[in-house]
Design a protein around this ligand. Sequence first.
Ligand SMILES: NC(=O)c1ccc[n+]([C@@H]2O[C@H](COP(=O)([O-])OP(=O)(O)OC[C@H]3O[C@@H](n4cnc5c(N)ncnc54)[C@H](OP(=O)(O)O)[C@@H]3O)[C@@H](O)[C@H]2O)c1
Length: 318
Amino acid sequence: MLYNRTGNSGLLLPALSLGLWHSFGATSDHANKRALCRKAFDLGITHFDLANNYGPPAGSAEEALGEILATDFKNKRDELIISTKAGYHMWDGPYGEWGSRKYMIASLDQSLKRMNLPYVDIYYSHRFDPNTPLEETMGALAHAVQSGKALYVGISNYPAKQTRKAAKLLREMGTPCLIHQPRFNMLQQEPKEQGVFKAADEADMGVICFSPLGQGLLTSKYLNGIPEGSRATLGGFLKKDQITAPLVEKLRALNKLAEARGQTLAQMAIGWVLAHEEVTSALIGASRPEQIEDAVGALGNLKFTKVELGKISGLIAS
Ligand SMILES: NC(=O)c1ccc[n+]([C@@H]2O[C@H](COP(=O)([O-])OP(=O)(O)OC[C@H]3O[C@@H](n4cnc5c(N)ncnc54)[C@H](OP(=O)(O)O)[C@@H]3O)[C@@H](O)[C@H]2O)c1
């Protein structure tokens, strides 16, 4: 594993991190959840990323991790970076989502209880709340650190302008913003195009990119149809009708390019994300331990020639 410095902080994050958004809900197989975490850790993936609402039901991924930490990671807490977030709907009534101090602090207390932890390493505001003063949301993050419930704080899905403002506020509060977590992959490049990378870089923050595989699109999974049990068949955020014939054409061409580099498409997609100098870590998901092995294989070839980068841009734009 490679470990990259997060912004200008003292914290090193693995180039690959594991997210528990999918495959860790109450109906998923517990033995598989344990196998995923163990495989990741054995390959040097020291960072597990959660949010209050991961499941389903919301909260169950944190509960699962709490159990796994107790059974499989005894005495390993200091070797792990565990993050969680609050921002999306978590409980009924006016205090169960967005960015108020009330919600942010109550949600962190609930997350700690579910994971049976005294603190998380990184606590995130999961989304920008246009109706709450940013001072209040950032104040709640700073409070989490000051009260010993989080070591670092981050923001996720924040646009560039709010990223700059959040970074300034947190710096003034004495709790620098460690990291930004946007979605970024070959098919979805908004953080690069809309200035989020630049804003994070200028604020000395790290960047951890979620869905580097486009939820599985940027793997060999959908090149010849939509396999039963794949994420696109589960009725979540990735829909079957997104997998159009022109997209599959594009993916097949990208797959050929990956083969020419001696990689799988998933490995090339991860390598491409990590080739952006602002990026600290690629935050993958997995439904099987072998997928984590495949992902870690990306580290074997992280260099892209100008010609390859040009071909990838051309294919994506086509
Ligand atoms: N901050 C936010 O708002 C936000 C939002 C979304 C996600 N996240 C974070 O980012 C993490 C990762 O997101 P993601 O799961 O969408 O990431 P991803 O890495 O783009 O997609 C992971 C999925 O791709 C498929 N896959 C992975 N490796 C494969 C391989 N080698 N061959 C074939 N298929 C493969 C698997 O789906 P199958 O089930 O089909 O096998 C796997 O679950 C989440 O767990 C969460 O921590 C954050």
